[in-house]
Design a protein around this ligand. Structure first.
Ligand SMILES: [Fe+2]
Length: 435
């Protein structure tokens, strides 16, 4: 199948792509349907996974009322950490193993949803923690079979965790972010209620919105699926299967919306159209990257987040120093697109156009600079730190950031051009400051 000239067959390259998608319900007030949906999935005893902050919100009452109203027995785990670790994943799995639920509901941001995926996996198929963790850090074993049903209810408009089969965490022994990736981890359903985004602080909307934008940008510019080696018979395709005609559709919609609506969604909590539009963009971008995969900006982000010293962002609960995921990603993006644009200049120009840049008369060699300039403009419009130096990094940090980022092979191999450790050192250097 060739849907456009971008997907020409290559020798040994894959000739097909797979579309994985969760069942999605989107709309204001749909959170109140969670009980009937859980019952319809055959769940009788449900583990409700959340964090202490969300437990205190009215959203929690909505979910509990709905679940109990449908006759379900509810057990609650509310100890999810904002940046989950192998320790917090294990704590949730231990809770699930002893509570013995026959299904899961997660209510929260990406950390909560990812923790529910891990609890479901390890309680259903107990194993040493590293068994299912991505290689080369872990064993990279696929789950032996299907997991229990899981309804994901996102409360931020960013991660797309509700529609992906990826669970990200910090491995404490290596001080490195890594993950577990398998289609089996994808939640059975997602209930996406824009009402959840009404009260988010502007800094959270900005960071999560730029994460959305990066998901779509990276999926659209990823190595085309037709240039990834074809899977061995029976081997199956990787989750990061590369850009493909299905993910392209979601990327276009998500980038168009994010380019127009993100500054408005950050500027005013009352701009319902903008906040709702960003929630829909997050969903579309999540589906796209769940089928295509992200690459260099996300691969670099795990080093930026993992080696944080004392950066404490406004708008986030006051706890240990952290770089919000969306910030850790977007500070690398302008440098990354300047590096990758030569591999597919038309695609990079297309992204810039969708984001609102004027690309009329642009030459292919201008693509990286035009897209980088538009990204920087959006970062400044929503008050994002000025590159990696804005979250506390210096020139001396580039080698250690690069040696951590090079471990993200699942993502780096999905880039449109090869990327080596020396390239990453240069990319971190180029990411330090933009204006
Ligand atoms: Fe992300």
């Amino acid at each position: 199948m060739v849907c456009c000239h971008h997907y020409v067959p290559s020798v040994g390259g894959d000739r097909a792509f797979t579309v994985d998608a969760s069942r999605i319900t989107f709309g204001r007030g749909c959170l109140a349907e969670v009980g009937e949906r859980a019952a319809a999935l055959g769940i009788r005893r449900v583990a409700l996974i959340t964090d202490p902050r969300i437990r205190a919100l009215p959203l929690m009452t909505t979910v509990l009322t709905s679940l109990r109203g449908a006759g379900l027995d509810v057990v609650i785990f509310d100890e999810v950490e904002v940046e989950p670790t192998d320790r917090s994943f294990t704590a949730a799995a231990r809770f699930a193993a002893s509570a013995r639920p026959d299904g899961y509901v997660s209510l929260g941001g990406g950390s909560v949803i990812d923790t529910a995926k891990a609890a479901n996996l390890y309680a259903t198929y107990p194993a040493d923690f590293l068994t299912y963790v991505n290689a080369p850090i872990g064993g990279g074993q696929p789950p032996p079979g299907p997991l229990r049903p899981h309804i994901a209810c996102p409360t931020t408009s960013g991660t797309g965790a509700e529609v992906t089969g990826i669970a990200i965490f910090d491995l404490l022994s290596l001080a490195a972010k890594t993950g577990i990736a398998s289609p089996a981890l994808r939640p059975s359903e997602a209930l996406i209620d824009p009402e959840c985004a009404d009260t988010l602080p502007p800094q959270v909307v900005a960071a999560s919105g730029l994460d959305v934008l990066a998901h779509a940008l990276e999926s659209y510019t990823a190595r085309p699926y037709s240039r990834r080696p074809a899977p061995e018979p029976g081997g199956g395709r990787p989750l990061s299967q590369g850009a493909n005609p299905w993910s392209d559709i979601g990327c276009r919609e998500a980038l168009t919306r994010a380019g127009a609506l993100l500054p408005r969604a950050v500027a005013s909590a009352d701009d319902r159209e903008a906040r709702e539009g960003m929630m829909w963009a997050a969903t579309l971008a999540g589906i796209a990257f769940g089928n295509a995969g992200v690459h260099i900006p996300h691969g670099m982000s795990y080093a930026i987040a993992g080696q944080v010293r004392d950066y404490r962002p406004a708008g986030y609960p006051d706890h240990a120093p952290m770089v919000p995921h969306g910030v850790a990603v977007i500070v690398n993006a302008p440098a990354a697109v300047r590096f990758t644009a030569h591999a597919s200049p038309q695609r990079h120009l297309q992204v810039a156009t969708w984001l609102g840049a004027d690309t009329r008369g642009a030459a292919p060699e201008d693509a990286g600079e035009i897209l980088a300039a538009r990204l920087i403009e959006l970062m400044r419009a929503v008050d994002i730190p000025n590159g990696a130096s804005g979250v506390g990094y210096h020139e001396d940090d580039c080698p250690s950031l690069a040696s951590a980022a090079i471990l993200q092979q699942r993502l780096l191999q999905n880039a449109p051009c090869p990327v080596h450790e020396a390239d990453l050192r240069q990319l971190f250097h180029d990411s330090l400051r933009y204006w």
